[in-house]
Design a protein around this ligand. Sequence first.
Ligand code: SF4
Length: 354
Amino acid sequence: MQIIRRNTYEITVGNTKIGGNNPVIVQSMIKSRSGASELIINEINDLQNAGCEIIRIAVPDRQAVAALKSMIKNKIFKVPVIADVHFDPDLAVEAIESGAGCVRVNPGNMGGIQRLAGIALKAKEKKSALRIGVNSGSLDKKILKSNSGNIIDSMVFSALEVVALFEKLGFRNFKISAKASSVTDTISVYETLSSKTRYPLHLGITEAGPPFTGAIKSAVGLGILLSKGIGDTLRVSLTDSSVNEVKAAYTILSSLGLRHFGANIISCPTCGRTRVDLAKVVSSVEKITDGINKNLKIAVMGCIVNGPGEAKDADIGIAYGIKKAAIFVRGKSIKRVYIDVVLKEFEKELQSML
Ligand code: SF4
């Protein structure tokens, strides 16, 4: 199946192009407490090493905007930064002036959309971008009422109302997000938006939840949208580390063949034939391959039934037998070694491929 991406407008966030023919961009958000500068800088570095391509950061007050300005000045960010501002249009303007590549504004909590006009004009002047970030939990009550309480219609209306305002002001460097915590509502909102506007769409399921359920909800919701060609950037929101959000985002994208980043481990679910603690082996392989930026398919299989076939199909693989395991490299069985040394041998072969 080939995914045909929707033809959206191209916008620029910092030095990154979004929409148009550009790949789907992976985004995450800093979770360290605002003001904890050392923790924030470590998290930014971890995210950048994990392949995060845009970093959003909460800017709740003047102290946070000053900290952002200093981090931008000191070149802490190697990727574009989005300032997340709520309630205070003046703070959004200050975030743009501080050098943020983009500011996320929520039309539901800025005191009416006319207050977004000044932010758009400042973004236009500074060649910054904006993200219209509609959220199902903070919709303007008047909009909800005029759409008879329908969440999907209200979210679409709220986003398009701001689009019309920005266009009237001659400002077009923006993307749109419209996140709901319901997966089906999110799909409906983005499908409708995609049919009504060509501005790039940032995908996400808001408050998706703890790691396991959150990743599944995101994979279902975002996967359905991405498979229809909808979405230009995405964030997998998890109650987990931001690095794991990035890993989950790449896993979703690589399962659809849209992006690849680092090691793609495939492993069998195990069954009565397995004679090795495969979960432990896989977790060791994850540790060994953590931080690899080269696209590699790595197979770890529990027995000789499907093992050799799957391992052969991978760049590198292990298929376990009873006392020994076979190591495959690009389709060829290159050695059979005793089980107690297989991981050491695997790592040696892996290193020679990097
Ligand atoms: Fe069972 Fe072998 Fe399949 Fe793993 S590869 S699930 S051990 S049959």
